[in-house]
Design a protein around this ligand. Structure first.
Ligand code: NDP
Ligand code: 2IT
Length: 310
């Protein structure tokens, strides 16, 4: 299947980006994309540019420079980038604007993850996080169980993490922790998603700000979500974040299910332990395919100059 369509995958802007990282992500993407059943081959791209602490204007200028070279390599029937770590609707907007400036074409199908007002698809922002949680719910269903009432942790607090948290809460799970690369917020009452969205999506601030208004919560600097006891863990930050040691803590604390929102977040030692202990496991290739699947639907809408309902 993957041989049939244009290359499709995310763009990542993060200081840890290297050729090796992009290669593994592209490799994963090929299998993931074929699992969607849609006509998309795999690809990945990015830069080791660090967007942290940059102004809007600096982000814009970086995106424009990046596209000044990238535009020769992409196109609706060759290669169609989307977002990944450090690349959200804002960056896609700057990239799209520069593509149009250089080529003179309003070619919607050249990027996905666009804003709704100029060719984006409803549900794309939510798709990866929601998909991961639907996947977990289906795994539990097979085992005669459900997410309702389960104590959960979600790593990261970016696009995938936020919408995983939203869907988990809709399913009646209690999400007690999420994180960024500096530390973890533990809220025993369950995370306040509206506040989290205000901090991360609107103000673009660091996670410790959560405590400013929610003093009952704990900010654990340098700590991971896997230090918090839970039944279900959703790694939604980055590769190799869930180590063998984290896995031991998770199992010892009664952990039963891990479902990967991120690409390859579970380290090999952790995977081995999960197999030994019969931990229910949703591999990212399948569990986070919702994002790219909706990206392909965005391409279909763009090709037909139409918009679909949520
Ligand atoms: P975002 O940039 O929106 O969020 C990333 C989050 O992970 C941030 O909270 C970030 O914290 C944290 N993070 C990033 N790098 C590290 C690190 N080295 N150590 C600890 N925390 C880190 O990215 P996404 O939510 O889009 O992506 C998250 C994961 O999901 C990635 O693995 C991505 O490949 C995967 N994915 C994304 C899809 C999508 O549709 N967006 C689709 C399928 C998979 P901080 O702010 O401190 O950097
Ligand atoms: O890893 C991924 O699947 C993504 N970053 C999304 C790719 C896409 O084309 O939407």
């Amino acid at each position: 299947n993957s041989a049939l369509g244009p290359h499709k995958g995310g763009l990542r802007f993060h200081p840890t980006v290297s050729l090796d990282v992009i290669k593994f992500l592209a490799y994963e993407q090929v299998f993931k994309n074929s699992l969607t059943g849609l006509q998309i081959g795999g690809g990945k791209g990015g830069s080791d540019f660090n967007p942290r602490g940059r102004s809007d204007r600096e982000i814009m200028r970086f995106c424009q420079s990046f596209m000044t070279n990238l535009y020769r390599h992409i196109g609706s029937s060759t290669d169609v980038p989307a977002g990944d770590i450090g690349v959200s609707g804002r960056e896609i907007g700057y990239l799209f604007g520069q593509y149009k400036r250089i080529t003179g074409k309003y070619e919607l199908g050249v990027l996905t993850g666009k804003d709704i007002s100029w060719g984006g698809s409803l549900a794309r922002v939510e798709a990866t996080g929601y998909g991961c949680v639907y996947f977990a719910q289906e795994i539990l269903k097979e085992a005669g169980d459900e997410l309702k009432g389960k104590r959960c942790v979600v790593s990261g607090s970016g696009n995938v993490a936020i919408y995983a948290i939203e869907k988990l809460q809709e399913f009646g799970a209690v999400v007690v922790a999420c994180s960024d690369s500096d530390g973890t917020i533990y809220d025993p009452k369950g995370l306040d998603l509206k506040l989290l969205q205000e901090i991360k999506e609107v103000r673009r601030e660091r996670l410790y700000k959560y405590k400013d208004t929610h003093s009952h919560a704990e900010y654990r600097k340098g700590s991971k979500v896997y230090d918090v006891e839970c039944e279900c863990a959703f790694p939604c930050a980055t590769q190799n974040e869930l180590t063998g040691e984290d896995a031991q803590k998770f199992v010892a604390g009664g952990g039963r299910l891990v479902c990967e929102g991120a690409n390859m977040p579970t380290a090999p030692e952790a995977l081995t332990l999960f197999r030994e202990k019969n931990v229910l496991f949703g591999p990212g290739k399948a569990a986070n395919a919702g994002g790219v699947a909706v990206s392909a639907l965005e391409m279909q809408q763009n090709a037909g100059w139409g918009t679909w309902t949520f």
